[in-house]
Design a protein around this ligand. Structure first.
Ligand SMILES: Cc1cc2nc3c(=O)[nH]c(=O)nc-3n(C[C@H](O)[C@H](O)[C@H](O)COP(=O)(O)OP(=O)(O)OC[C@H]3O[C@@H](n4cnc5c(N)ncnc54)[C@H](O)[C@@H]3O)c2cc1C
Length: 391
């Protein structure tokens, strides 16, 4: 398999690097440890500048605001460079949501939502999880009941990141309770300002990160906002989750952090000797190196597969990528703390790795659980990839 970028892709990568070099400010970079989607005016303006350059529309059909030129690698190159530089990424709207709308959305939904997302005019919040439905997403209970041309939504969603600034929810609800639990689920696009929506903050331990609980109290949504077929939302959900498992739950954060760790190791001394000469330290670093390379290769396999045919989203490969990226990141952070000793627990720019290691440690817990907990992912790999029986 040839993972090299084509000359055109390399040229694009170079342009992105130059853009980041010229436009990244401390406000855009903001939080050293979390290259996520936390919204600030500066970060939104930064993404909008990329949209103005036409980078968000690369590879999308012209009829939905794209440039019409097949370019499946574009969003991976963009996010890879953004993550490596600790910039905000262009995650869920462009990747999971537009990617799923293209496959399953009605013509009306595609025309209404894809162009505005590609221009960064609208922001999204993904609303799947509930207090009793996280890993076991099919247990979700928030419901939508038909009422004339509308549906009426009731229920509670928890951990809904971006809800407090998003324009729309990408919302999974139960529309039929009579059959098996993964049947009877539907996906809707719901205006976050709809009457009956209440958003309450949940403040996380990693610096500045906020997520939310969202309550839906008789919230009305038109039937035209249903994505795909009624009661058949499970396959759309899985498609969007699989996209998330290689678009956002990626190996790049580990690659970026590892480079910074190596820079520190090259200058660090223990008991008056260079740390790099210590055989135990070298062994630990080599182990992390191998894990990160495994994660990167699994990711490239996923990307290559999606690039070859984006009408089907990788499933088992995506889950393997997600799991390996989380394992590599977690091992990297544990190793960094191990090598740094007490200094690893210091936050601040004069500490090793700019004092980001404690935040990385806290974040690694989230990485393990997001888009499929590690044990859940292992079970899925056993079923989807190894075809082992469920019980
Ligand atoms: C910071 C943050 C942001 C988030 N953002 C969003 C968001 O924007 N939208 C959204 O919908 N959700 C979001 N989530 C929710 C996240 O996706 C869930 O936390 C995740 O799906 C796990 O669900 P849970 O929290 O209910 O944990 P649980 O499902 O209770 O899992 C707890 C632990 O048990 C393990 N486990 C569970 N079931 C099994 C099993 N069958 N076999 C083996 N092990 C198992 C899991 O791997 C995990 O380690 C966010 C969470 C966090 C922490």
């Amino acid at each position: 398999m040839d993972f090299d970028l084509s000359p055109l892709e390399q040229e694009y990568q170079q342009q992105v690097r130059e853009f980041i070099r010229d436009n990244m400010t401390p406000e855009v970079r903001w939080d050293l440890s979390y290259a996520g989607l936390i919204d600030t005016p500066e970060r939104r303006a930064f993404i909008s500048k990329m949209a103005d350059k036409g980078w968000l529309k690369l590879g999308f059909p012209e009829s939905y605001g794209g440039d019409g030129v097949p370019n499946p690698m574009a969003k991976f190159i963009l996010n890879m460079e953004l993550m490596l530089a600790n910039c905000p990424i262009v995650g869920k709207g462009l990747g999971q949501i537009c990617g799923t709308l293209l496959l399953y959305g009605s013509e009306e939904l595609k025309r209404e939502f894809i162009p505005r997302t590609l221009r960064n005019e609208i922001q999204w919040a993904i609303a799947y999880s509930e207090p009793g439905a996280g890993s076991d997403l099919a247990a979700l209970r928030a419901s939508a009941v038909p009422d004339g041309d509308d549906f009426i939504i009731n229920g509670e969603k928890r951990w809904i990141t971006s809800a407090h600034f998003a324009d729309y929810f990408w919302l999974a609800v139960r529309t039929d309770s009579s059959g098996p639990k993964h049947k009877g689920i539907s996906l809707f696009i719901v205006d976050t300002k709809s009457p009956g929506v209440t958003i309450e903050p949940i403040h996380m331990v990693f610096k500045g990160h906020r997520t939310n609980t969202v309550y839906f109290d008789n919230v009305r949504v038109p039937r035209s906002r249903l994505v795909g077929d009624l009661d058949q939302g499970w396959k759309e959900l899985m498609n969007a989750l699989n996209l998330e498992r290689f678009l956002m739950a990626a190996s790049f954060p580990a690659v970026g952090r590892y480079r910074i760790l190596l820079e520190w190791v090259k200058t660090a001394e223990v008991n008056g000797k260079p740390l790099l000469e210590d055989p135990v330290a070298r062994h630990k670093l080599a182990k992390v190196d191998v894990l990160i390379e495994m994660a990167r290769l699994l990711e490239m396999r996923c990307i290559a597969r999606y690039a070859a045919d984006s009408t089907t989203t990788p499933a088992a490969e995506a889950t393997m990528n997600k799991a390996m990226a989380a394992i590599a990141y977690s091992e990297l952070v544990d190793t960094a703390l191990d090598l740094m000793g007490p200094d690893g627990y210091v936050m601040g720019s004069d500490a090793p790795m700019n004092g980001e290691t404690p935040l990385n440690y806290l974040e690694s817990g989230h990485m393990k659980v997001a888009a499929a907990g590690l044990d859940v992912a292992r079970n899925m790999i056993a079923k989807q990839h190894l075809h082992l029986p469920s019980k």
